[in-house]
Design a protein around this ligand. Sequence first.
Ligand code: C5P
Length: 229
Amino acid sequence: MSKNDVIIALDFSDKKETYNFLEKFDKEIFVKIGMELFYAEGPSIVKDIKAMGHKIFLDLKLHDIPNTVGSAMKVLSKLNVDMCNVHASGTSKMLVEAKKALEGTNTLLIAVTVLTSINQELLNDELMINKNLADAALQLALISKKSGLDGVVCSPLESPIIHENCGKDFLTVTPGIRFAGDSKGDQSRVTTPEKARELGSNYIVVGRSITGAQDPVAAYNKCYKEFVG
Ligand code: C5P
């Protein structure tokens, strides 16, 4: 699988809306199915979209005791998606069990380090982690790498330091992408596809800049050209 690609976030509430969107594309693309769509439609939506030939990142962010995550991941492994994820804060034993459950598949396992909705104050006062946010994210990336995971979800701005410390083959999957001049929406730190490429992101996850565009296929093509070339 190519190590640079654009992943479209299918942040739709049901199958109908999702398929209407996918019908616009006459080629195979890489898409992200999140909790909303998966909980609404179940595993059948993964099978259907896979049957259309698209690549899938199943973004369910598993986080529980190692045994439970291992068993759940074993079930998900049968879907044979291209990429799935867990929370790195589940710690190394959980990460190892998740990775073990995917043995024999080609599914890449990616960890979420610190959610972008967590700021410094929340990290210190509510999660009671007495560290700088960037250091906490890097520490979780290092634990993920040591546990055998394939990469992390992070901001494109964090890609260079993660590659520096975890190696260039450790994948960075980066949301927070906007075209120059687009509205940021609820994202606070955003970069363009071109900037993400310069910073060494491996996969960019793009939602509204493509799904909300007048012409989603043109927006995707522009994004792909800027990021992959
Ligand atoms: O519409 P937008 O491009 O902001 O969508 C980004 C996608 O990436 C959404 O599906 C969002 O849930 C996801 N995401 C994120 N930040 C993270 C992890 C996931 O924006 N840290």
